[in-house]
Design a protein around this ligand. Structure first.
Ligand code: BG6
Ligand code: MG
Length: 222
């Protein structure tokens, strides 16, 4: 922990699936839509949607059939998924922070590092407010502030710029394949949260933020 401030000056956290289990809600909402369309969709396919914006995700689900849907129809389908998702997040509270999430933010700040949030979700502010973590974040970059979804590095680069920290001194924390790619493309160190067999491009993977310590992130991936 003492060595870290020399290397990292900021930690930029993803939201869905890292600080709270909304990745599950996104999956359930997409699953409901896919089922209604008769399109096979499972958790393995969902791994490739994590971190991808709403319309990008819909196009991945539609696959070869995407071209058969008009832009208006696609917007209606994306809205439907969002209605399902908003129903699922409507009752969220501070209790929906994942184990270790608040402590990870507090530890980062207590260690003199800045905290950022990088989420491509248009619902990110709603979730952040429900979780009561806005005051623990020095910058929040959501869908409204970016043009490109992950795996493009824009969202992490924007967070770093607002924090006044060079990307090489930032740690990015992600549960998504696309998110880890965005972190690496931004020139940051990537801490994966989830399965090391899925997040193969991360520098280090932990199973959840209950394992987040600044010592853990000091060690390179094996
Ligand atoms: C990301 C999720 O955080 O936000 C994706 O990992 C989701 O699964 C994306 O598609 C966009 O979210 P929203 O709330 O704008 O539909
Ligand atoms: Mg995520």
């Amino acid at each position: 922990m003492k060595r870290l401030p020399g290397r990292f000056h900021a930690v930029v956290f993803d939201l869905d699936g890292v600080l709270t289990d909304t990745a599950r809600y996104h999956y359930l909402a997409w699953k409901r839509l896919a089922d209604s369309l008769g399109i096979p969709f499972d958790e393995a396919a969902n791994e490739h949607l994590k971190g991808i914006d709403r319309m990008g995700s819909l196009n991945l689900i539609l696959g070869d059939q995407a071209a058969a849907y008009s832009p208006e129809k696609k917007i209606a389908l994306a809205d439907k998924k969002n209605d399902h998702y908003r129903q699922l997040i409507a009752t969220m509270t501070e209790d929906d922070l994942l184990p270790g999430a608040r402590d990870a933010l507090l530890l980062t700040k207590a260690s003199g590092l800045k905290t950022g949030l990088a989420s491509v979700s248009k619902n990110a502010m709603t979730v952040v407010k429900a979780l009561g973590i806005a005051e623990l974040l020095d910058v929040i970059v959501d869908a409204a502030r970016i043009t490109h979804s992950k795996p493009h590095p824009e969202i992490f680069l924007t967070a770093a710029a607002h924090l006044g920290v060079v990307p090489g001194h930032c740690l990015g924390v992600e549960d998504a394949i696309a998110g880890v790619r965005a972190i690496k493309a931004a020139g940051m160190i990537a801490l994966g949260v989830g399965d090391p067999l899925v997040l193969t491009e991360a520098d280090l993977v932990i199973s959840g933020l209950h394992h987040f310590t600044l010592d853990v992130v000091e060690r390179p991936a094996q």
